[in-house]
Write a protein that binds this ligand. Structure first.
Ligand SMILES: CC(C)(COP(=O)(O)OP(=O)(O)OC[C@H]1O[C@@H](n2cnc3c(N)ncnc32)[C@H](O)[C@@H]1OP(=O)(O)O)[C@@H](O)C(=O)NCCC(=O)NCCS
Length: 121
């Protein structure tokens, strides 16, 4: 069993202009529709977009540490269980055996994420 980790921190204000329009082309390049539905259902959209962006960057870092570099933002989907706990899925079939764990947080101006990936190799 091997383990890799990734982390990222993001300024929430970077997402202000995108938070006005759920169909913004930049959002569509980064987020899945399920993620956008979650964020745009919130009163304050930006922190949730920023946290998911940090989560994707953290996932990409944890994947790089395993030598994996062919995963794009929309291949990574970060959603929440009914109790609020976030989870991350890789939408690429070839990486389905990896087990990912994620934690997100946001405050007034920053969002951050930690990701752990466990593999059988
Ligand atoms: C869940 C909790 C820890 C979140 O902390 P917070 O300071 O409000 O918010 P943070 O910015 O640190 O984190 C927010 C993120 O935490 C994650 N989260 C939400 N609920 C969670 C939970 N139960 N467990 C783990 N992570 C959770 C989400 O990813 C959320 O961001 P998102 O909505 O963009 O996905 C907090 O709301 C809490 O303590 N709730 C009470 C828990 C409870 O039921 N206690 C009862 C026993 S005393």
């Amino acid at each position: 069993m091997s383990m890799t980790i990734g982390t990222d921190i993001v300024s929430i204000h970077r997402f202000h202009e995108f938070a006005q329009d759920t169909n913004h082309p930049v959002l569509k390049k980064i987020f899945t529709q399920n993620e956008l539905d979650y964020c745009f259902a919130k009163d304050a959209v930006e922190p949730h977009l920023a946290a998911r962006f940090a989560g994707k960057e953290a996932t990409i870092k944890a994947l790089y540490s395993r030598g994996i570099s062919d995963v794009w933002y929309t291949d990574i989907e970060i959603l929440n269980r009914h109790d609020g706990v976030p989870f991350v899925k890789l939408k690429k079939e070839m990486y389905k055996d990896l087990k990912l764990e994620i934690s997100l947080a946001h405050c007034e101006d920053k969002a951050l994420a930690f990701v752990v990936i466990l593999g059988d190799d």
